[in-house]
Design a binder for this molecule. Structure first.
Ligand code: ADP
Ligand code: MG
Length: 386
């Protein structure tokens, strides 16, 4: 678990005689190979391979207990893996103590020094690195400006709002120009509006600093908003590593399809001629390789549309005939539950603009839904999630 104690440990261990990082410290790529961490019989991390590019914003996303903090703490050096390799650039770090790794860290719990001013907190890592007073003052002022706290340097941290405290924690994490910035759910203590604003600010800050950033969250929208790439983690294993668009549009398996966004997952049957069917309609050709256990269809609710009177171009469109069994208005969108073939349930999401007719969605109504073929997602069948 991240906490103030571990964070302070970073700096308590640091000796003021360590040479300060150069002013031009550059971002570094991170290479993880075979990273494994066991607690008793349980694998918190199991054979994790991951390449994080120099200057990239990579988010570790997964449910609670999936191993996100363990992985982040392994990169920071606070949690020693049982096996595997962690390289920053060309240097193996697995035996390097945390304070020698030159990473900046931000936690959900801020971990600020309560008895110090804002400026004192931000200056702390510089002082530990033996940066002289005038350069220290300059860099603290610069860091406070970057996080929009100019003029608040002499305040006590207990006089700040939650959002301001997290900015101080951020400034303290990057003021010494770390080559790597690690953040563990840094925004989850903030209310929704502030959190959303800080997401955008953090994204801009990352672009400004260009530092390799590993960000942990369990919030899929936060991950989609902020990341260059997202690494989805489940039970200590990486389920998919990809751009936000690819994660959403081409989930690799049922865990990812289920965890990110809404989805309906339907079983597909092979027709014996290399195609996959649902309800007697051909949905896609069978992928080559894999799928020993069969295939499933993933449908994103907003990609379904109601078919009008016009003839359907079956080259372009897959058709589902069903019956509305529930309809719920939710403001900017509405959703319907539609029963199709053999009692399977489809979730359909509609925009509620002026063209949308609520009357057409009464429970019991027959409905024909279309899905463009480019929106068809086929994944290997996984009975745990189907
Ligand atoms: P996350 O940050 O994704 O919520 P963690 O990395 O904190 O998950 O934990 C991963 C798994 O390892 C969980 O099942 C958790 O209970 C377990 N775990 C973490 N730290 C310890 C520990 N010190 N001792 C025993 N089990 C631990
Ligand atoms: Mg955690």
């Amino acid at each position: 678990m991240p906490g103030g104690r571990e964070f302070r440990g970073n700096y308590e261990l640091a000796s003021p005689t360590d040479s300060p990082p150069s002013a031009t410290a550059t971002a570094l790529p991170i290479t993880l190979r075979g990273l494994t961490r066991q607690y008793g019989q349980m694998y918190a991390l199991e054979n994790v391979d991951l390449d994080i590019e120099s200057g990239e914003f990579l988010t570790l996303l997964g449910p609670s207990g999936s191993g996100k903090t363990t992985l982040l703490m392994a990169i920071a050096g606070f949690n020693r893996p049982d096996a595997g390799s962690i390289r920053f650039g060309d240097s193996e770090m697995i035996l390097t103590p945390p304070h020698k790794r030159e990473v900046g860290m931000v936690f959900q719990s801020y971990a600020l020094f309560p008895h110090m001013t804002v400026a004192g907190n931000v200056a702390f890592p510089l002082k530990l690195r033996g940066v002289g007073a005038s350069e220290c003052a300059e860099r603290v002022a610069e860091a406070l400006e970057t996080v929009q706290l100019t003029g608040l340097g002499e305040r006590g941290v207990d006089q700040l709002s939650g959002g301001q405290r997290q900015r101080v924690a951020l400034a303290r994490a990057f003021v010494f120009r770390p080559r790597i910035l690690l953040m563990d759910e840094p925004l989850s203590a903030l209310d929704k509006k502030l959190r959303e604003r800080m997401q955008i600010e953090l994204k801009h800050l990352h672009q400004q600093l260009g530092v390799t950033t590993v960000y942990v969250t369990h919030d899929q929208r936060e991950a989609l908003t902020m990341s260059d790439r997202i690494a989805i983690i489940n039970h200590g294993r990486l389920a998919q590593v990809d751009t936000p668009e690819a994660i959403y549009n081409q989930p690799a398996n049922s865990f990812v399809a289920d965890f990110i966004g809404e989805s309906t997952i339907l079983p597909l049957s092979p027709d014996g001629a290399g195609r996959l069917e649902f309800g007697g309609h051909v949905i896609a050709s069978e992928p080559t390789g894999g799928g020993a256990g069969g295939w499933s269809l993933v449908i994103r609710p907003e990609r379904l549309f109601e078919l009008g009177e016009h003839a359907v171009d079956s080259e372009r469109t897959v058709v589902f005939d069903g019956m509305v069994h529930d309809f719920v208005f939710q403001g900017e969108t509405a959703f319907a539950l539609v029963t199709v073939n053999g009692g399977h349930e489809l979730v359909v999401r509609f925009g509620t603009n002026s063209e949308f007719s609520h009357d057409a969605m009464q429970p019991g109504d027959k409905i024909a839904l279309g899905l463009h073929r480019e929106d068809v997602i086929v994944i290997p069948r996984d009975d745990a999630h189907d």
